[in-house]
Design a protein around this ligand. Structure first.
Ligand SMILES: Nc1ncnc2c1ncn2[C@@H]1O[C@H](COP(=O)(O)OP(=O)(O)OP(=O)(O)O)[C@@H](O)[C@H]1O
Length: 267
């Protein structure tokens, strides 16, 4: 287990190029155990590419990456890492039940060709409980709403009991009541000590949960620090309401309003 100050993600001077075009440049990003980090920025600013680079789905052109203190090339403990992809594609047209999709999240934990054991079933049931879909387990995923399908994908990651979660825009296209349910799910995960890196264009009901905002702009980190956009967030921090630990966020010399950075990037 990691303790609350251990870095779980450390990227130094990271760069990514796609087809010869620089997409990410000079990225320094450290995420510590238990942190809840929102990766923000306009469309095309590089959020998804950064998450792919941090999980090894895109190669780094330059830079050094460590996961749980281990250099990326030597890292093989992938059951500690959960990835929740953007919805669309992942569940569309798949004639699987909610339970089957969530159960597939145990594959990284199971030994090959062994039937599901008691620990697997407990983890699957718990994951369904956390996302509030225990009563829908036998239904086909296609019959669920977009927000519910997103919760199935989160439950699939949860079933593997990772310590570090990457979520790519879980609330995109999800209506406000379902965004609140997603936020409740993330609050439970964070309360259990999970480290969360959340890609989000807007935070909505997730805003009070965030420890730190990293704002991407044109392939670089434009801001890394407290989520300044909302006064409510600052109050929640002072209350300690959602806080499980404290850390000193890195602040750049000029810390502009987060929302102005994001709005300024719209095309
Ligand atoms: N497979 C690809 N081939 C070519 N260019 C790509 C590819 N993937 C991403 N890009 C480019 O890289 C840049 C960053 O894209 P990325 O998807 O990381 O941004 P984003 O901030 O996640 O945006 P969005 O909110 O739209 O997902 C964009 O200019 C995009 O066009």
């Amino acid at each position: 287990m990691s303790t609350s100050t251990d870095p779980v993600v450390e990227l130094t001077n990271g760069a990514v190029a796609i087809a010869g075009r620089p997409i990410l440049r000079q990225i320094d990003l450290t995420v510590r155990s238990g942190e809840f980090v929102a990766l923000m920025g306009a469309n095309g600013s590089g959020k998804s590419t950064l998450v792919r680079a941090l999980t090894g789905l895109w190669p780094l052109a330059t830079g050094s990456l460590r996961l749980f203190g281990t250099p990326f090339d030597a890292f093989d403990d992938w059951q500690r890492v959960g990835f929740v992809p953007q919805r669309g594609g992942a569940t569309s047209g798949v004639p699987a039940s909610v339970w089957e999709i969530v159960a597939s999240g145990r594959l990284t934990r199971r030994r090959l060709l062994r039937p599901l054991g008691r620990a697997d079933r407990v983890a699957i049931d718990d994951a369904l409980e956390v996302v509030g879909l225990a009563d829908r387990a036998r239904e086909g995923v296609a019959s669920l709403s977009g927000g519910q399908q997103q919760r199935v994908l989160i439950a699939r990651a949860l079933a593997g009991e990772p310590e570090l979660f990457f979520l790519d825009e879980p609330t995109a296209g999800v209506d406000l009541p379902n965004q609140q349910v997603l936020a409740d799910t993330l609050e439970i995960m964070s309360g259990r000590g999970s480290t969360i890196v959340l890609v989000a264009h807007e935070l909505g009901p997730m805003a009070p949960l965030i420890d730190r905002a990293v704002v991407m702009r044109d392939g670089r980190v434009a801001y890394d620090g407290p989520p300044l956009a909302s006064v409510d967030v600052a109050t929640a921090h002072l209350d300690g309401h959602h806080h499980h630990h404290h850390h000193e966020p890195e602040r750049h010399d000029h810390a502009p309003h987060v929302s102005s950075l994001i709005e300024g990037e719209h095309r």
